[in-house]
Design a protein around this ligand. Structure first.
Ligand code: NAP
Ligand code: MG
Length: 471
C-alpha cells in the first residue's frame, strides 16, 4: 500500500513552542489553516496573544546569555543539525507547504523544501568561520549578538523566510521569538520540531503562532526584544519601523518590490521573455523579488508581447492557487484595474479559472504605461506588465520609476553591457542575462523595499553588534 501524499503533512500542534516545550496558549482562541487548492480547513493552531509573546520573550532572554557564550563552533554544530533535520524531513516540508500555501508539489520540493536546507548549511559554515574577533590597530573588536530577536515572517516562502532569519540569528548567538504568517503556521511548527530535535538549549528558539495585529504587534513592541526582523508588506513594515525607531531598537525590514526585467536590444529576446514570464508565474506570482515589469525596446515590443502571451498560456494548468481568498480578490482587483486604466490583456484575465480553490489566471498586460497602478503597485499574483521604452535612458527612468528597489534583471548581447546597465538601477539585486539565485549573496532593498540585508555574511552581520577594547 502506498501512503497518500497528505499523510506527510505535518500534524498540527495545539500549543506554542516556548522554552523548549509545547505549551498551551493563554486563551483557547485558534486560527483555521485553509488549503487554498480546496478551500477546506485542514487544521487549527493557537492564536497567541500578548501574554504568550511575553512568556516567549522571557524564555528567550533567559536563554540568551548561555547561547551567546556558546563557542561559535558549537553553535555551528547545532545549525548543522537543523540543516540535517530539514534535509531528512524534506518530503514532509514540501507536503506541508503544498497543503497550506498551495505550491505545486514540484516547486514545493525544489524550492520551498530545498532552499532552506541550503541556507541553514551556509550558516552552519559561517558560524564556524566568521571572524567574531578582529584586531584593529591597538583595539580588539568583538562581534557580539544583538540580543533577543523578534522575527515576523510572511507566507509566500514560509520556511525560507523563517530560516533566513533564524539561521543567522542562531549563528550570531541571538535568541529568537518567531511570529509566522497566520496563513502558513504548520510549516513554522514543523521548523520548531526540527529545532527541538537539533538539541538547541530551551528558550533559544520560541514560536508563537497568532495574528499580525495581536501577536505580531506585541512582539514588535516588546521591551525585551532588541531587534525586530520583519518580512512582509511595506504598509506593515512602515509601522514596525516606527515602533522600533521610537524604542531605539534595531530593525530589519524586507518589504515589497516591483522589479523590472530590462531587455536591451542585443539580448536573446525569446529567452529573456520566456525566463521573465516563468519568473513571474513561479509561486503564483507571490515572490517579493519577481520581475513583474518587463521593459522592451519599441522595435521589439510586438514580438515580445506575442512571445509572452504564448509563454503565459502554458502556465494555465501548471500554476498553483494564491494563498487565500483575500489574496485572490486583491489580485483580481488589480487585473480589473489594469483593464479599466487602459492596459491590453494578452493572456489571462480576472475571471475564475476553476470552480474551487483560490486560482488566478496567469495574466499578461501589454500597452502598460509607467503611471498605471499595475506598473506601480505590488500585486503579488501571476500578473506581468509589459512596458515599452524608446532608448536606454528611457528604460533606466522607467525601471527606477517606482517607490520600490528590491531586484531586477538585465538582458543584453553581452554580460558586460548588461552589468553596466545594472549599475544604473536603484535596486539591491540584479540578475545578469539569467544569472542564478545565489543563497550567499546579500538580499534586500533600496528605497521602500526595505532596510538591511538577508543571507550570507551580510545577513549574519544584521544580528551582530560590535564592541571595541583599546589596549
Ligand atoms: P503582511 O500583513 O505585511 O504580513 C507579514 C507578517 O506581518 C505576517 O506574519 C503578519 O501576520 C504580520 N503582521 C501583520 N500586521 C502586523 C502588525 N500590525 N504588527 C506586526 N506584525 C504584523 O503581509 P500580508 O498581509 O501577508 O500580505 C499583504 C501584501 O504584502 C502582499 O500582497 C504583498 O504585496 C506583500 N508581501 C510581501 C512579502 C515579501 O516577501 N516582501 C511577503 C508577503 C507579502 P498575519 O499573517 O497574521 O497577517
Ligand atoms: Mg496580513
Amino acid at each position: 500500500m502506498t501512503t497518500p501524499p497528505d499523510a506527510l503533512v505535518a500534524a498540527p500542534h495545539d500549543a506554542l513552542y516556548i522554552a523548549g516545550e509545547w505549551r498551551p496558549a493563554a486563551t483557547g482562541d485558534t486560527i483555521p489553516v485553509v488549503d487554498p487548492a480546496t478551500e477546506e480547513v485542514i487544521a487549527h493552531v493557537p492564536a497567541g496573544t500578548a501574554a504568550d509573546v511575553d512568556a516567549a520573550v522571557r524564555a528567550a532572554r533567559a536563554a540568551l546569555p548561555g547561547w551567546a557564550a556558546t563557542p561559535p563552533e558549537d553553535r555551528a554544530a547545532r545549525i548543522a543539525a537543523i540543516r540535517d533535520g530539514l534535509t531528512a524531513r524534506a518530503d514532509e516540508i514540501a507536503a506541508t507547504v503544498t497543503a497550506e500555501l498551495g505550491a505545486p508539489p514540484k516547486i514545493a520540493a525544489a524550492v520551498h523544501a530545498a532552499l532552506p536546507a541550503r541556507v541553514a548549511a551556509s550558516y552552519a559554515d559561517l558560524a564556524a568561520t566568521y571572524p567574531f574577533v578582529e584586531k584593529v590597530g591597538n583595539s580588539t573588536v568583538y562581534a557580539e549578538p544583538v540580543g533577543v530577536v523578534g522575527a515576523i515572517t510572511p507566507w509566500n516562502y514560509p520556511l525560507h523566510q523563517i530560516v533566513a532569519k533564524a539561521a543567522p540569528a542562531l549563528a550570531a548567538g541571538c535568541a529568537i521569538v518567531l511570529k509566522p504568517a497566520e496563513d502558513t503556521p504548520l510549516t513554522a511548527q514543523l521548523f520548531a520540531e526540527v529545532v527541538h530535535d537539533a538539541g538547541l538549549p530551551p528558550g533559544v528558539f520560541n514560536l508563537v503562532t497568532g495574528l499580525g495585529p495581536v501577536a505580531g504587534q506585541a512582539l514588535a513592541e516588546h521591551d525585551g526584544v532588541d531587534l525586530v526582523s520583519f518580512t512582509g508588506s511595506t504598509a506593515v513594515g512602515r509601522r514596525i519601523g516606527a515602533v522600533a525607531g521610537a524604542a531605539v531598537k534595531r530593525v530589519a525590514l524586507e518589504l515589497g518590490g516591483k522589479s523590472a526585467s530590462v531587455i536591451l536590444p542585443g539580448a536573446d529576446l525569446a529567452r529573456a521573455v520566456n525566463v521573465g514570464v516563468a519568473n513571474v508565474m513561479s509561486n503564483s506570482g507571490q515572490t517579493c523579488s519577481a520581475w513583474t515589469r518587463m521593459l522592451v525596446h519599441t522595435d521589439q515590443y510586438d514580438e515580445a508581447v506575442a512571445l509572452a502571451a504564448t509563454a503565459a498560456a502554458k502556465y494555465g494548468e501548471r500554476i498553483g492557487p494564491v494563498v487565500s481568498a483575500a489574496q485572490r480578490d486583491r489580485v483580481r482587483g488589480y487585473i480589473e484595474r489594469g483593464v479599466a486604466e487602459g492596459a491590453r490583456l494578452v493572456a489571462g484575465g480576472p475571471d475564475a479559472p476553476r470552480e474551487r480553490g483560490y486560482y488566478v489566471r496567469p495574466t499578461v498586460f501589454a500597452d502598460v504605461t509607467p503611471d498605471m497602478t499595475i506598473a506601480q503597485e505590488e500585486i503579488f499574483g501571476p500578473v506581468l506588465s509589459i512596458l515599452r521604452y524608446e532608448d536606454e535612458s528611457d528604460a533606466e527612468a522607467i525601471a527606477n520609476g517606482t517607490e520600490y528597489g528590491l531586484a531586477g534583471a538585465v538582458w543584453a548581447g553581452s554580460d558586460e553591457e548588461a552589468a553596466a546597465f545594472a549599475r544604473r538601477l536603484h535596486t539591491g539585486q540584479v540578475d545578469i542575462n539569467g544569472g542564478a539565485f545565489n543563497p550567499l549573496a546579500p538580499f534586500g532593498g533600496y528605497k521602500r523595499s526595505g532596510v538591511g540585508r538577508e543571507l550570507g555574511t551580510h545577513g549574519l552581520t544584521e544580528y551582530l553588534q560590535t564592541k571595541s577594547l583599546q589596549f
